[in-house]
Design a protein around this ligand. Sequence first.
Ligand SMILES: Nc1ncnc2c1ncn2[C@@H]1O[C@H](COP(=O)(O)OP(=O)(O)O)[C@@H](O)[C@H]1O
Ligand SMILES: [Mg+2]
Length: 696
Amino acid sequence: MMLEGLFNPNAIAVIGASADPRKVGHAVLNNLLRFKFKGALYPVNPSRGEILGLKVYANVSDIVQPVDLAIIVIPAKFVPSSLRECAAAGIRSAIVISAGFKEAGAGGTLLEEELKQISREQHIRILGPNCLGLINTANDMNATFAADMLPKGTIGFFSQSGAMGIAIMDWAIGNDVGFSKFISLGNKADLSEIDLIEYFMNDPDTSLILGYIEDVVDGKRFIEVAQKVTKVKPIILLKSGGTEAGARAASSHTGALAGSDVAFDAAFKQTGVIRAEGVQDLFDTALAFSEGKIPAGKGLLVITNAGGPGIIAADTAERLGIKLPHMTKANIDTVISKLPPNASVFNPIDVIGDATSERYAVVLEQAAKDPNVDGILVILTPQAMTEMEKTAVAVITTAKSTEKPVITSFMGAKRVRTGIDLLKAASIPNFSYPELAVKAFKRLADQRAWTEVAGEEAVACWHNVDAAADTIASILKKGVTQVGEDDAMQILTYYGFQFPKRALARTSSEAVQIASQIGFPVVMKISSPDILHKTDVGGVRMNVKTPNKAEDAFLEITSNARRIMPDAFIKGVMIFEMLKGGKEVILGVTYDRTFGHMIMFGLGGIYVEVLKDVAFRIVPVTRQNAVAMVNEIKTIGLLRGARGEPPADIDAIAGSIVNLSCLVTDFPEIQELDVNPLRVMEQGAMALDARIIFKK
Ligand SMILES: Nc1ncnc2c1ncn2[C@@H]1O[C@H](COP(=O)(O)OP(=O)(O)O)[C@@H](O)[C@H]1O
Ligand SMILES: [Mg+2]
């Protein structure tokens, strides 16, 4: 298996091992020893002698036995030559803990480039540089300079930040959450989050993948790998860092709306990666998944000994779309016969403040076997009659007997401590507050839903690539990088978009003639390659009803444009058939430097940049993705038809989104694109305005 040498080496050389307990080179060797790594250890240091009772070698080449892994803890400038020596000695994996690379400025960046080159040319895989090392709990290998060892378990973890890694480790120890592997990625000169996600997919010791990242090295590969892995094992990622501000040209509406982080949001959604909203959320979500149970559906049964917390749980469930089903009649009857008459037996089930563990047990037993219940949340507040440990034991007994996730919220700190300790030891996730517990359950239910989504269909669309290629070639030949109206409409027409009837009038008398041909009322718009926002220069007249008005509008529009933009080249005025009814949406494309082209969808009109109620997906966008993104916006109700209005044709929007995805896949030279607005009718849709910006 790939990366075997890194995680399961038979022998390790610690290059830069030190006798000085204050040095990292000492701590690493010491950790391997004190946590009892099951393999051979060779300290390497020109000083020779002995460190921690082990013979020291002056050079890796002096070690006669085969070595699988080198851990390098020497000053940055010596690392490249050391790596070459390792490669020459047949070592195929290295952890470079040393700092002083990319993070340290120009000189460091050069050194790091050298590391990449050595990795490629000498076929040696490198973790780091500038990292904390790694831990594999299966073979008791602690190849870090951290103070502790992780408890054994099934979470595979990687972190781009060493400090976050340390925090996670401490949390894991404090909460009895077990890990299979822990990897500090450092600068990711060679091995990245993608390699580790891929490795974890086939690692039998890992059932849950957890990570902290600040960027992704290769967006397309990330999507390809993550999409495959999430179907088998959940991936929970905390992503921070939005350093791309300004990296994206924002001359289109779509570009302006694509904040630095939307691409990651989109990529995570499309690949089923669970995005943690912060450190606390990362911990909570990891905790929920650490029980190792995924619910069969969204039905959560809440048992509580207090009304308030039960209501909080129910409110949260409602907000998150989690169902609180009733148990079957037979099970409810059983519960009624065993609980006091003032208990509430629906959901939340209130066993009342004076509840003993026995009352919890009664409900738990029925809930575990009830077909309507997919998961159980046990809420407990410490009241006078509450039996802390006995209730915890009742929960544990039920949890052991069922495949359904059982989570708890024993609320408080001091008096619930003993109960929580029992729950922790039995790997039952406990949350300080009911809302956190419900949110965690929602994450579990989402994972189930994701694994049940049918495999993504191929992206198929109607298009005339050859005709579009001709049009684009002739535009680019002229050195033009932005096109509106005719050229943009022409290209989009080859990808299934429809536009209203239209023609260009160069004089006011032509305007009258064309308008009469199209039929009144018409819409008239200034036609100039230099004018991007036609309304802003008084260049659009709606609802022009008569030949006289068409003549006036022509003169008005052209003189407005000449006054406001005296240098603009004015071709004339475009006359359009005027459309009535329907809803306006915006479709767009922008380019993200990590993930490539993205499609945007939102409700159109002049408020789009204020409301920012838009959804993004990375290209290629399948029909499934397209439907999901349309349904994602908050104002979807308006498209479904509010207060007796006819619904808009959501299928037509989804089809247009897929067509745009095809367009930019066929023509990567497109940098940004706006269709604003697309007028969506009860049946079908018409684009009214379009702009395409090509890469320079
Ligand atoms: N053919 C048409 N029928 C009906 N309304 C139209 C038509 N063309 C444009 N509009 C309306 O006028 C608005 C502005 O026109 P548009 O071509 O988008 O100009 P701008 O350059 O200002 O974006 C559109 O958002 C739409 O609401
Ligand atoms: Mg427009």
